[in-house]
Design a protein around this ligand. Structure first.
Ligand code: SF4
Ligand code: SF4
Length: 223
């Protein structure tokens, strides 16, 4: 899922300073799971804004809502009538949701979140990055553990020389070395032979450099 954090309220109030009619629109998908932008967070955010504006003597009319998935027009469309009556929308979705609403509606769509990474729930209240969206997945060779996202040096062919004696990372001592995890997992799968395979450097130019946004086209799915 996409993991995001709420921006500080001060920053949000500044963004909203010139608007008097605002829709606070959450997303019931990833950002609801990481408790940054779901229905509950919309309610809390809307109350905080109302209160702050009242204290400033500048009331604001706030409508609340939460789309099932803000990254998909289909789920934003039911809010179209409400959106068009506002001066601005405060989006509690990831950056994809903000982009999606901005393409569809003429009014300002303001981000209430800082989008962070693709992650997993580690334990209650802790999310960890596990995939960096590199576009050239090698998880079949690394036992399902991503060295790009989980090794502090993004190493592709085994650990650096700095792994600590207890198996933690040289750079982040609170983390297990990704390559120790990969080794243990491959051992469990009886596939340590994969470690002998030299992984070529990733071709970042194909996906990342100079070409604008990445795009995936599935002609078989097109109408
Ligand atoms: S190699 Fe890692 S960063 Fe790349 S797609 Fe696979 S999991 Fe994601
Ligand atoms: S100790 Fe392991 S996880 Fe940390 S940088 Fe070195 S190889 Fe990567």
């Amino acid at each position: 899922m996409i993991v995001a954090d709420q921006k500080p309220l001060e920053e949000i109030l500044q963004m909203l300073a010139s608007y008097k009619r605002v829709l606070v629109l959450g997303c019931q998908s990833c950002v609801a799971v990481c408790m940054a932008g779901g229905e509950k967070e919309v309610g809390i955010m809307a109350s905080a804004i109302r209160l702050a504006r009242r204290q400033q003597g500048r009331d604001v009319e706030i409508v609340e809502g939460a789309a099932k998935r803000q990254c998909d027009d289909e789920f934003n469309e039911p809010f179209a009538g409400t959106i068009e009556k506002q001066e601005a929308v405060l989006s509690l979705a990831c950056g994809v949701g903000v982009n999606k609403l901005s393409e569809r509606f003429a009014l300002p769509i303001l981000p209430a979140l800082n989008t962070r990474f693709f992650g997993e729930v580690e334990r209650q209240g802790v999310w960890t990055e596990v995939c960096a969206g590199c576009g050239q997945c090698i998880l079949h060779l690394t036992g399902g553990i991503c060295p790009i996202a989980r090794c502090a040096k993004n190493l592709l062919n085994g650990p650096c020389g700095g792994v600590r004696d207890d198996g933690t990372c040289e750079v982040k001592p609170d983390l297990q070395c990704a390559w120790i995890l990969i080794y243990n997992r491959l051992q469990q799968l009886n596939r340590l032979d994969y470690l002998a395979e030299i992984m070529p450097a990733k071709d970042w130019s194909a996906d990342r450099a100079g070409g604008g946004p990445r795009k995936r086209v599935r002609e078989d799915m097109m109408l």
